[in-house]
Ligand binder design. Structure first.
Ligand SMILES: O=C(O)CCC(=O)C(=O)O
Length: 283
């Protein structure tokens, strides 16, 4: 078991069967509180209102590009309760695809069912290319719009849900401080908020190292800010080379542009080094 004490084998079994899994009460209470305060601060300072599309939710506050909004958010993608599982699902060369918040306000209706990877033109079912990792910053309940999930739908072949499709769903209920992971092909949707309180969460969305990220991290986060990130977060943002090759800048590891020592590119390595790296990435 990893240092966090979470049995990743058991979690992986549930994830492979259902397409989602919850890690209950794994985030420190102080951090949950700090994130909620920071989300409210950013919303206030940037005068962020409701979104304008039904998909994003007309009674929903979404804040995109959270890494650019201060160090509190830097803690999320590298948190030891969540990253090891994501590395297990996608491998150690995964990237951060996007980091955003989704605050369902009172009166927000249900979102249409969808799969996060539905724009990727690869026949289904397929291995996970993306992994969503929802941090509950308030309790997630059926009443306040906990994410609706269609168990096993990540194994559906051939098509994605149309927005008018109806399916039996379960509610991803969990206490604040828990994390809900789902396979990018899983059919899911934000629920209906029938309460008079907000449902807060941060959506930490990872993708495989060979994919294009949903948010452009290089332009979204000023270089001077990215230089202050811990190395692992820089790598997750894409300041790294996939399989020692993809993403290089003029034949160098892009992390050198942040003032750090880079790794050798594939063609500078011995055959043994390449084979060892491939093995390490898959472990
Ligand atoms: O808010 C939620 O529970 C899920 C939202 C979602 O799936 C999305 O916006 O893509």
């Amino acid at each position: 078991m990893p240092a966090s004490g979470i049995d990743l084998d058991a979690k992986m079994e549930a994830f492979e069967r259902d397409g989602f899994v919850v890690f209950e009460n794994v985030i420190e209470k102080d951090l949950v509180e700090e994130i909620r305060e920071e989300l409210l601060r950013v919303e206030r300072e940037h005068e962020i209102g409701f979104r304008e599309t039904s998909f994003e939710g007309k009674n929903t506050v979404r804040i995109y590009n959270l890494l650019a909004h201060g160090p509190t958010f830097w803690k999320v993608p590298v948190h030891p309760a969540a990253l090891p599982f994501a590395e297990r699902v996608l491998d150690r060369e995964l990237q951060l695809s996007s980091l955003s918040s989704i605050t369902l306000c009172p009166g927000q209706g249900a979102q249409p069912l969808h799969a996060d990877d539905q724009l990727i033109p690869v026949p289904k079912p397929h291995q996970p290319f993306t992994l969503n990792c929802i941090w509950a910053i308030s309790d997630f309940t059926e009443e306040n719009g906990a994410t609706r999930l269609v168990p096993g739908s990540h194994k559906a072949s051939g098509y994605n849900p149309g927005y008018d499709i109806e399916r039996d769903t379960v509610a991803g209920e969990m206490p604040a401080g828990s994390v809900l992971f789902w396979h990018g092909s899983l059919w899911h949707a934000g629920g209906t908020n029938r309460t008079d309180e907000r449902r807060f969460c941060v959506a930490n969305y990872y993708c495989a190292g060979f994919m294009r990220q949903q948010e452009n991290q290089y332009l979204g986060v000023p270089l001077e800010e990215a230089k202050k990130f811990p190395r692992r977060l820089q790598e997750l943002c894409g300041y790294s080379v996939y399989r020692g090759l993809y993403g290089h800048v003029d034949n160098a590891d892009p992390i050198t542009m942040l003032g750090r020592e880079g790794s050798k590119l594939t063609w500078e390595r011995t055959r043994e080094e390449v084979l060892n790296d491939l093995k390490g990435a898959a472990d």
